[in-house]
Design a protein around this ligand. Structure first.
Ligand SMILES: Cc1cc2nc3c(=O)[nH]c(=O)nc-3n(C[C@H](O)[C@H](O)[C@H](O)COP(=O)(O)OP(=O)(O)OC[C@H]3O[C@@H](n4cnc5c(N)ncnc54)[C@H](O)[C@@H]3O)c2cc1C
Length: 396
């Protein structure tokens, strides 16, 4: 490393958000970082290239005790929304696929049970999910129904005595190839409303096939699901999911988590770029000493700092019970746009080396494309905020 003119502020937590967390939470964040840097970073490109999930990393993740931080009771660690968000950032900072695997399990799947399950259902499913002994997935999107899920779901649920019969297809369902519990959202033929069902892996008529050749989040096992006369007992119907408004409550929670993930993805790329800028020599000096390179770095830092501060405030609103759909939607849209810019600038800063997987930034560039689109595209989240601020719905 060439001699610098002054000490470098290499910590990407530029506004010291870390200090707003209690010491116990900070200690947890450090353990998460250590796990991600020591156990995940060295091997993740191997799995990414092969489109495989690193099942052998699960015991280490279990030991962190981070599933269900946002919930209290039911065996969940209960650290609060801010800590939950900062953990999501830490995971994505090293690998967005691991961050997504975890977000699907702890956010979408556990969140569905926590927000939409009865007391008995929470007791039944959440403790094992909090221990990560059982893994969850969340099946909303269908081959022909993405953004329009609120009114357009075609998967049906027909009541037959004490059971429901599910028929239809789902697409993109993360973790579903190996998850123990897959939450399936389907339209009831009784009242036309969307309801949630916990389908256990191995239920007859429930088939998953892994989606291959993705260019993003290749470690995440996304599945195409076929439901052909799948019989689910009434006890597995989420008792507090009466309409899509209840599904939307889960998305309100998890979109905030995706905003944190996007911040982490940008932060990881920035940190790689900063380290590279300080050691890469051209024209006889570190490229970090060039004004145009500093311009890129400062733009990146501004993006991740503004995103993190926005997310922290959103977590505060969640904790206080004040967060509404449009709050999460604004953060998801804003942070993912900033993330996409940031990873692109990091790639640019690394020059040709930026497209080599071994330098990690290329993986962030690819993975950011999925984060940008899932859990509501920029357009859909914009429409949610637009409706809130004008009072006029522009959804067609
Ligand atoms: C890697 C990955 C993982 C995922 N994991 C899951 C999962 O675990 N569970 C799950 O249920 N789903 C999952 N999804 C699905 C994801 O939520 C959808 O991809 C997303 O909601 C967008 O739907 P779509 O891809 O069908 O795009 P479409 O809805 O077909 O949209 C295509 C384009 O049209 C635009 N558009 C659509 N409607 C409007 C409108 N009214 N006004 C303006 N523009 C509009 C969109 O913004 C987008 O740019 C995942 C997706 C990806 C890529």
């Amino acid at each position: 490393m060439p001699k610098a003119d002054r000490p470098a502020a290499t910590d990407a937590d530029f506004y010291l958000l870390d200090q707003t967390i209690e010491p116990e939470g900070r200690e947890l964040l450090h353990r998460v970082r250590e796990f991600m840097e020591k156990s995940v970073q060295p091997v993740i490109n191997h799995y990414w290239t092969r489109e495989e999930f690193p099942h052998d990393l699960l015991p280490g993740m279990r030991q962190l005790g981070i599933a269900g931080l946002a919930y209290s009771g039911y065996g969940c660690p209960g650290g609060g929304n801010l800590l939950d968000g900062m953990v999501a950032m830490e995971l994505a900072r090293v690998d967005p696929s691991i961050g997504t695997f975890f977000g699907v399990h702890s956010g979408l799947a556990m969140g569905s049970v926590y927000l939409c399950g009865s007391e008995e259902q929470r007791q039944r499913w959440l403790p094992a999910m909090a221990r990560m002994d059982k893994i969850g997935a969340f099946g909303l999107t269908e081959p022909d129904v993405g953004s329009g899920a609120a009114g357009g779901l075609t998967t049906t649920a027909r009541r037959d005595g004490g059971e429901w019969i599910l028929d239809g297809q789902k697409k993109w369902i993360g973790n579903a190839t190996f998850a123990d519990y897959v939450i399936i959202w389907a339209r009831s033929l009784e009242d036309g409303q969307v309801k949630g069902f916990v389908v256990e892996q191995g239920t007859p008529g429930f088939e998953t096939s892994k989606m291959k050749d993705k260019i993003a989040l290749r470690v995440v096992q996304n599945a195409h699901i076929t439901l052909d006369g799948v019989r689910v007992p009434e006890e597995n119907r989420l008792q507090r999911a009466d309409s899509f408004a209840d599904t939307a409550a889960v998305l309100r929670l998890t979109r905030a988590g995706v905003a944190w993930q996007a911040t982490g993805c940008g932060r990881g790329a920035y940190e790689h770029a900063l380290a590279y800028a300080r050691q890469r020599q051209q024209f006889g000096r570190a490229i970090g000493g060039f004004q145009l390179v500093q311009d890129l770095l400062v733009r990146m830092l501004a993006n991740i700092t503004s995103s993190a501060c926005l997310c922290a405030r959103l977590s505060g609103l969640q904790q206080a019970g004040l967060a509404e759909d449009h709050h999460s939607a604004l953060a998801k849209a804003f942070c993912t746009v900033r993330m996409r810019e940031t990873v692109g600038w990091a790639r640019e800063l690394l020059g040709g080396n930026g497209i080599l997987l071994e330098n990690h930034v290329g993986r962030f560039v690819a993975d950011s494309e999925a984060i940008y689109s899932y859990e509501g595209t920029r357009e859909i989240n914009t429409l949610i905020v637009g409706r809130a601020i004008t009072g006029l719905s522009a959804f067609v």
